[in-house]
Ligand binder design. Structure first.
Ligand code: ZN
Length: 468
């Protein structure tokens, strides 16, 4: 996707869920220059973990240049021209990105580490002596170069791959243009990496589990201001959005837990939702831990054994299917990522500009101004930011609802043009096009008229701006 140089627009969405506590964040860097590889204990980490949220206070990262750190990969991962090594407490990263980006990614992984431990129930044996190896190339060509250094040929079918068979190394490149997505693929691959380093393989667990948990933990919200990340987020705006994808897949083709377990036509969003069904309920989580440990202790996956054990713990498939359907039924996605271009940082969405072929960057927001807000812990389940005083009073579920947002052009002062359009759809089963309301400064574009699949929605934000 192209990223045009243009004005940046950020929109703060007001939410009425309780705000999370603020925490300060400090960056601690190694002095400039290259250091010898320090022992893991000499690269300490201070991360506050509160539920599924981590806040980085102090993460020590050291650039070791061409000195290869001791890792779970043994001698399989080599140096590559143009790449440098960096280490934190639990990770060794080889990358050709500038130092700031390398430090950021290691800090992100250290914020994720306690959540990997929680997810898999332990730390890899030997983690006090060696680190987990990650390679992040700044482009496809650069990653290819790094893969060749290690004697690997890969077809680049996706944004990253984690190799077992002696390597135990995650290889990642930016296969999408949003920074959100670039963090996502790193977190996803490093979930596989953690499981491999802990249990030797991911393949003694079913695909829905090892891919579902990787997508669950990567489904995150990052707050750059607080250096805070919430993992396992169910309902958030930007791509990849597996709550939205999964609910659409279920609406199209009802699929039971048993079918997903047996891989009969399951989608990635359906794996994601099945994993949340198990992880998000304390009772089910305890039972899932037993199941996970039983499977991870075995050298090979046996689908029948894994299925039978699920039945022993959770009841017959008919009951698991019914419970899964009942858990899913009230679930609603707040967002639909309709067209490329919306980045997310905490409660702020910002747009890079037009998508391909001049299309508007578009995110649909399924909040109905006339509907009374009701507390639902599964909607926008990440820390809420305070509302800007510029927004003023906003209110939903009253006779004359008021919605508001801050539009921030400060990233590109004095450049570009902007407008905002708002489409309200009353009942998509009857309405064949978006009813237009609001205004647009730039009249060249119109809100796309289309049939929307959801029963009731309000499409709140469409930002339209031209090149400087
Ligand atoms: Zn994966």
């Amino acid at each position: 996707m192209h990223v045009p140089r243009s004005a940046t627009v950020s929109v703060a969405l007001r939410r009425w869920a309780p705000a999370a506590a603020l925490a300060t964040a400090l960056a601690v860097c190694c002095p400039a220059g290259i250091c010898a590889v320090p022992a893991p204990k000499d690269t300490p980490v201070d991360v506050i973990v509160s539920g599924r949220t981590s806040t980085a206070r102090d993460v020590r990262v050291v650039r070791t240049g061409s000195e290869i750190p001791a890792t779970f990969s043994g001698d399989k991962v080599h140096n590559t021209a143009g790449f440098a090594w960096y280490v934190s407490r639990h990770y060794a990263l080889k990358t050709d990105y500038p130092e700031g980006r390398a430090r950021f990614y290691l800090t992100l992984l250290e914020m994720a580490y306690p959540h990997y431990v929680e997810l898999f129930g332990g730390e890899p044996a030997g983690i006090e002596r060696k680190r987990m190896a990650v390679v992040y190339g700044s482009s496809k060509a650069k990653l290819q170069k790094a893969l060749m250094s290690d004697g690997i040929v890969w077809n680049f079918d996706g944004g990253g791959i984690t190799f077992e068979s002696g390597y135990r190394c995650a290889y990642v490149y930016p296969s999408g243009s949003l920074k959100y997505h670039q963090r996502y693929i790193l977190l996803h691959e490093c979930t596989h990496l953690f499981q491999m380093c802990l249990a030797g393989t991911v393949y003694n667990t079913p695909v829905w589990f090892y891919e579902g948990v990787a997508d669950s933990i990567s489904h995150h919200v990052y707050d750059s201001g607080k250096r805070q990340v919430t993992f396992h987020v169910l309902d958030k705006p930007t791509t990849l959005n597996f709550l939205d994808e999964g609910l659409r897949a279920f609406a199209k083709k009802p699929t039971g837990a048993r079918q997903i377990h047996e891989r009969r036509g399951a989608s990635r969003g359906q794996d994601f939702l099945l994993v949340h069904f198990f992880l998000d309920d304390p009772g089910r989580l305890q039972k899932l831990r037993i199941w996970r440990d039983e499977l991870m202790a075995r050298p090979k996956y046996d689908r029948q054994h894994a299925g039978k054990l699920l039945e022993e713990l959770f009841g017959p498939w008919s009951r698991i299917d019914a419970d899964f359907a009942a858990w899913r039924a009230p679930l609603k996605q707040t967002f639909h990522y309709a067209e490329w271009g919306w980045e997310q940082d905490a409660d702020t969405l910002w747009s890079y500009g037009f998508a391909t072929e001049g299309k508007l960057s578009r995110t649909d927001v399924y909040l109905i101004p006339s509907a009374k807000p009701e507390y639902d812990p599964r909607r926008m389940d990440y820390p809420c930011q305070g509302t800007s005083p510029l927004v003023g009073r906003v209110e939903r579920g009253v006779a004359e609802p008021v919605i508001g947002c801050v539009i921030d052009f400060s990233r590109n002062p004095g450049r570009g043009r902007a407008g905002i359009g708002m489409g309200l759809v009353k009942n998509a089963k009857k309405v064949t096009g978006a009813e237009r309301a609001g205004f647009s400064v730039d009249q060249r574009r119109d809100i796309t008229r289309e049939v929307l699949p959801n029963i009731v929605l309000s499409r709140m934000l469409l930002i339209d701006y031209g090149q400087p």
